[in-house]
Design a protein. Sequence first.
Length: 310
Amino acid sequence: MTDDPEPRLDDYPLDEIDIEAINAFHLGRNLFSASVQLSDKNDEAGRSFLLRMSLDDQIRQEVLLDIDDLILSHVSLSEREHIALQVGGTTHHIRNGTVAIGEGPEAFTNKLWHLDEKTTYLYGDEGTVCVAQGTEWVPIDTGTSAFLRAMHGPTLNLIHVAGDHGTLLRLDGTRWRPIPLGFNHSISALQVARNADVYLGCENGFCARYANEELTEIAGPGTQIYSICEFAGNRYWGDDEYGLYIQKGMELVPFRSLGFVYAMEATEAYLVAVGWKEVFTFNGKEWSGVEFGYDGNLFVRRIDMTREFM
C-alpha cells in the first residue's frame, strides 16, 4: 500500500484557485519584481512565482522562480538579486539567473526584510531573527518568544522588529534591546523614520507613534494595519478594508480605496503597494496598477485606475 500523492494545483478547477500577491519592489526605470502565490481554498496545494516585470505600454514578464509550494515573502536586493522564503523555512537565493538554496531555523519564519543590497533578515515565530551570510542564516538572540511580525529601519542603527504582546526591539550592534510600550497589542506593521520616531500599527486597529520614550496614539480607522511606508515626504498606512490612508498630523485620512494594502515599499520614484492580487504604483501624482490572473498559466494585465480602486 502506498501513500496518497500530495495534491497538486492542476488537480483543482480554475475557479477554486486563489491568487495572492505577496511582495513587490521597484527595481529602477520601468522594472518591478513581484511574488505571487496560487493555492486551493484549503491551502493543500500551492504554486508560487517570482517575477520580474517591465511595465511599459506592453507588459513583459520574466519568471525568476517557479515552485510547487507557497512563497511567504521575498525581497529584491537589486535588479538581478532576490531572495524568496518558502513555507518550511527554505530560502531561494537568486543571483544573475542562478538559484542557490538556504535553510532557515527550525522555528516558523514568515517574512524577509532587507536594509540594503548586502543586509537581509529573516524573522518569525519564537522571537526568531536571523541575518543572512551568503545562503546561511545566523541567529541574533532576541530574548523573547513572541511571534515577530514586522521589521524596519532606515539605517543599521535604527533597525527595529515588533510583534505579539506589544513586543518592540531595537538592534544594538549584535543584540536586541527591548523597548517597553506598556500595552499588549499585537503589532502587525512598523515604520521607523530617520529622526528615530517609530510608527506602529496593530491587529486591533490601534495606531501610535513612539518618540522620546513616549507613546502617542494616532487616530485611525480601527481596522487592522498591515503596512506603513514613507514616500515623498508623506507617511502612508495600509489596512485590510479601505486600502490606503495618508497621515495628517496625528490622524489617518483616507487616501485611495485600494481595498487592501498588505505590503508597501518605496524608492525615490515610486510607492509600490501590494493588494490582494494586485500591485499598485504611485509616483506622487498618478496611479497605475496590474493584477494577476490564472487560466492554467499565470498572467498579468493592467488595471484601469480611472474606473477601479477609486
